[in-house]
Design a protein around this ligand. Structure first.
Ligand SMILES: [Zn+2]
Length: 242
């Protein structure tokens, strides 16, 4: 390896440590059936048909908006509630108006020393079908019914948390991501006061820009215009090639 190449690799390395130090234990369910089997079936299935009209699809890759927007795409790793990777690529997209609103929230939070750490954005419909069918009925408040589609499927929902710009570390929140418990509710009154304050700070910044927090998940936000977009089933690597 040439010294020039080594030098370039060092420059390309992230400046801050991976934002995982405050990460609580990953919440897991026992999938009702093997995920590989559910995946095969879901990929062969067809999303529900909805009458339009819909706005044109214009999915924007979030990391291209601002260097302060970072990714921790759990579904591309085993660190998720199913315990196996579901995505083949760690990428995040939103429809353009939602992406622009997210960027405004990012800039407001940066003034307070925080960045946005994205867990998920646009999610192909077949993944929603896998989540629903893997999850016992007791957890169905936390996963979307594929017969309705998820707002993630429309490119209008985002799962995210905050990290500190000073050290790149994710902040502590009242629950872990995708934890199917009462602690995940945005109004949960327990846990450390500082964690609740940061949860509420994230929510205020997002809701000011037209997102609405989900009733059972402090990390999930729906963009106001989600009804204008269709349920999509396109893979990440096909986005921009259509
Ligand atoms: Zn979500």
């Amino acid at each position: 390896m040439s010294s020039t190449l080594v030098c370039l690799m060092l420059i390309a390395a992230p400046a801050a440590p991976a934002p995982d130090d405050a990460r609580p234990a990953v919440f897991r369910i026992t999938p009702l059936r093997p995920v590989a089997e559910l995946r095969r079936e879901a990929l062969a299935a067809t999303p529900p048909r909805e009458p339009g009209p819909f706005k044109p699809v214009d999915l924007v890759e979030l990391t291209k908006l601002d260097a302060g927007i970072r990714l921790d795409i759990r579904y591309a790793t085993s660190d998720n509630f199913l315990g196996v990777p579901v995505y083949e690529q760690a990428r995040a997209f939103l429809q353009r108006p939602a992406a622009e609103a997210l960027l405004r929230a990012q800039r407001a939070l940066a003034a307070d020393g925080f960045g946005l750490l994205i867990h998920d954005g646009y999610r192909p419909w077949w993944v929603t079908k896998v989540f629903w069918e893997a999850t016992p009925a007791s957890g169905h408040a936390f996963v979307a019914d594929p017969a309705q589609g998820s707002r993630h499927n429309r490119g209008c929902a985002v799962d995210l948390t905050l990290y500190r710009l000073a050290d790149g570390k994710a902040v502590e929140m009242p629950s872990g991501y995708d934890e199917m418990s009462e602690r995940a509710a945005p109004g949960y009154a327990g846990g450390p006061a500082e964690a609740r304050r940061l949860r509420d700070r994230l929510r205020a910044a997002m809701e000011r820009e037209g997102f609405k927090v989900f009733a059972t998940e402090w990390w999930h936000f729906d963009y106001a215009g989600w009804r204008d977009y269709p349920i999509l089933n396109v893979s990440f690597d096909a986005i921009g090639r259509r």
